[in-house]
Design a binder for this molecule. Structure first.
Ligand code: PLP
Length: 423
């Protein structure tokens, strides 16, 4: 994509050839002022699938008409409702169905899995994270260290080199090489929330396992965005939320992955609840806890059906469209945004996200090459014109063209408006 046709006509042509174009009509596009917005914020809160409302209303109707019997007799019985999400999630993260479960929210799941997989000893008690980790992950890890009687000195944080925006894979490898024997657990993101950098999870997992570390991934910005293959990559565990690229709605039910090799390990400590107990004898209410053989063993409570219904509606769209097609469009859409920024906006923006398509997902993060207050005002003017991106202090704009509902024309208009405001 470097033959320089920057016309809107080219964007329209690409939209006309887009085999996923029809999916846009499957989502509600916010239109607070009457005109649909150009919504580039799917990295924060994905848009509402049209079927989400129907799926929620259906459960409200079942509750209304069946009461407690809805657990067994509704069209999608609540008792096993979460299982309907499982095959979809397994496909999205590249896992066997028994390795995934929809439950809780991301940070809760992170704690539950660290309770099992962060098992420090005096010689091996450190945790490796990245320096600009999402704050919740850092808080969770530091509180786990304290819970086990350690302090922040047990935290190893690796970051980009001076003057660089992304973390080098070589530096992750070097940290594991250097400190591996003292590291109990590695926790890294699939896609970095601030820079949009995608990590080579296969390589990280292989190195971490070589060094005898447990390795877990935070997939908040990766699931539904980039292809994943957790089982084959040999990750020990992973967690995610469902309201970003998965379009599950605010506070949607999150998810977790536990590799099959851990399913029958009776020595693993676990914070248990009745929903993790063997489903066949759960209602016999036995005293003795018998865990389900799989990721479902980490469930504590019966799941929130009303927070699962919108996710089911969205996951059915993922199943229809397919990850390969979504990823192919995502790569092209983001490359188009990058191309327009580079060639039309020349030196007015600095890209923080890697240019290598394999080292990123949908999102581009950038700085506007103007003074910070002016940059923020440009971002606000874009929003006032209906271009919804996101601003991270002090000066980062995050733009995610989402293959389900964004168009090439919107990308073109975004860059055109940005230039119009900056000129
Ligand atoms: C969005 C996000 C979270 C959110 O955590 P919740 O527990 O769902 O509130 C956590 N970690 C990362 C990396 C995120 O991007």
């Amino acid at each position: 994509m470097s033959n320089a046709d920057h016309s809107v006509g080219r964007a329209l042509d690409m939209d006309a050839q887009d085999s996923l174009a029809l999916y846009r009509s499957q989502f509600y596009l916010p239109a607070p002022n009457g005109e649909p917005q150009s919504y580039f914020c799917g990295h924060s809160l994905g848009l509402q699938p049209r079927w989400a409302r129907e799926y929620v209303l259906e459960e409200l109707r079942e509750w209304e008409t069946l009461g407690v019997e809805g657990h067994f007799r509704s069209a999608r019985p609540w008792l096993s409702y979460h299982e309907r999400l499982t095959p979809h999630l397994a496909l999205l993260v590249g896992a066997h169905p028994a390795e995934v479960v929809a439950m809780n929210s991301l940070t809760v799941n992170l704690h539950l899995l660290l309770a099992s997989f962060y098992r420090p000893t005096p010689e091996r008690h450190k945790v490796l994270i990245e320096r600009s980790a999402f704050p919740s992950d850092r808080y969770a890890v530091v509180s786990q260290l304290r819970w086990h009687g350690f302090d922040d000195s047990a935290l190893i944080e690796i970051g980009p080199r001076d003057g660089e925006s992304c973390l080098r894979e070589d530096d992750i490898a070097a940290a594991l090489d250097r400190d591996g024997p003292s590291i109990a657990a590695v926790l890294l993101p699939g896609v970095q929330y601030l820079t949009g950098q995608r990590f080579n999870l296969q390589q990280i997992a292989a190195l971490a396992k070589q060094k005898g570390c447990m390795v877990g991934f935070d997939l908040a910005h990766a699931i539904g965005n980039v292809p994943l293959d957790l089982h084959d990559w040999n990750a020990d565990f992973a967690v995610w939320c469902s309201y970003k690229y998965l379009n599950g709605g605010p506070g949607a039910i999150g998810g977790a992955f536990v590799h099959q090799r851990h399913h029958r390990d009776a020595s693993l400590p676990r914070l248990a609840g009745w929903w993790g107990h063997d489903a066949h004898s759960r209602f016999a209410m036995p005293d003795k806890y018998v865990p389900i053989a799989g990721a479902e063993a980490w469930q504590l409570s019966n799941p929130p059906i009303l927070a699962a219904a919108p996710l089911l509606a969205s996951l059915e769209l993922f199943a229809q469209a397919g990850i390969p097609a979504l990823r192919a469009k995502s790569i092209a859409l983001t490359a188009y945004l990058e191309q327009l920024l580079r060639e039309r906006a020349l030196n007015r923006t600095t890209l923080l996200t890697p240019s290598d398509q394999d080292a990123r997902g949908a999102q581009l993060s950038l700085r506007l090459n103007v003074e910070r207050q002016r940059a923020k005002s440009i971002y606000e003017q874009l929003a006032a014109r209906g271009f919804i991106c996101d601003w991270r202090e002090p000066d980062i704009m995050r733009i995610a063209p989402v293959p389900f509902y964004n168009t090439y024309k919107e990308v073109w208009l975004l860059v055109d408006s940005l230039l119009g405001i900056m000129n």
